[in-house]
Design a protein around this ligand. Structure first.
Ligand SMILES: [Zn+2]
Ligand SMILES: [Zn+2]
Length: 265
């Protein structure tokens, strides 16, 4: 199936511009240098019936604005990478979309590993607690993440990743993969990425960070994975869009908010 990968946000946890900062990137007039918190939406039409489907990976603090800006009117499922604030804090903004989903047939499934489910359950206690009496809680259902996860004819493969001292999750779907917040890629995960055409890989900045890849590290992994095109995301204010792109190999580019890439599911 043909699908579109839409970058809702490509910034690091603090976003770019970063509050209180007057560096050249934070004050840049280039719209590519404005980066909301990291998330992508995957959209496709089912071959039978032509029903539009939308899967979102992570719901960060900018989720509502991102969905309004992208004009995406529904969500069929969410996949979570890990439970840091920049990836989960917009979960509650699924509410109106979840009411519509519930009327169509059921709650929105949220796929998450046990560690992420634990944090979501604690932070959004009023949503997930069996004792919650809050009537307008999101109609969402936590689903234990499997190796292979089906959503309306699309298959999402769990790709284990290292993020500092945590094991987190990336996803492969069709000929593409979304790997964010990466500081290490286990050997077996390279196998799961074999043959992809479109790679999304996080790369924070040039200066080393304990839980994020530098541009240099990301380029090494990108070369080894060998996708036709690699898009870097989760970008800090150290990296200006134009300047950085000029220094990258031809098949690697910084992603930017609003970028749409065609893929095959
Ligand atoms: Zn992050
Ligand atoms: Zn700055």
């Amino acid at each position: 199936m043909e699908a579109t990968l839409n970058f809702l946000g490509t910034g690091t946890s603090m976003g770019v511009p970063t509050l209180g900062c007057d560096c050249p990137v934070c004050t840049s007039l280039d719209p590519h240098d404005r980066r909301l918190r990291p998330s992508v939406a995957l959209q496709w039409s089912e071959p039978q019936g032509g029903q539009n489907r939308v899967v979102v990976i992570d719901t960060g603090p900018d989720f509502r604005e991102q969905m309004l800006h992208a004009g995406i009117p529904r969500v069929d499922a969410v996949f979570y990478t890990h439970a840091h604030a920049d990836h989960i804090l917009g979960m509650d903004d699924l509410r109106p979309l979840s009411f519509a989903a519930f009327k169509r047939g059921g709650p929105i499934p949220l796929f998450a590993d046990p560690a992420t489910s634990d944090v979501l359950t604690r932070i959004f206690d009023y949503t997930f607690s069996a004792h919650s009496t809050y009537p307008n809680k999101a109609r969402v259902l936590l689903k234990p993440l499997q190796h292979s996860n089906q959503v309306h004819g699309a298959d999402f493969i769990r790709v284990p990743l290292i993020h500092g001292d945590m094991e987190i999750v990336g996803y492969r779907f069709g000929n593409a993969a979304y790997l964010t917040d990466v500081s290490g890629i286990p050997e077996e995960s390279f196998e799961l990425l074999r043959g992809i055409d479109v790679l999304v890989l996080s790369s924070l900045r040039h200066v080393p960070h304990p839980s994020h890849a530098t541009v240099g590290q990301a380029l090494e992994w990108a070369a080894r994975i060998g996708a036709r095109q690699t898009w870097l995301t989760h970008i800090a204010h150290d990296l200006g869009h134009e300047d950085t792109n000029r220094q990258l190999p031809a098949n690697v580019r910084l992603a930017y908010d609003g970028l749409s890439v065609p893929i095959i599911l």
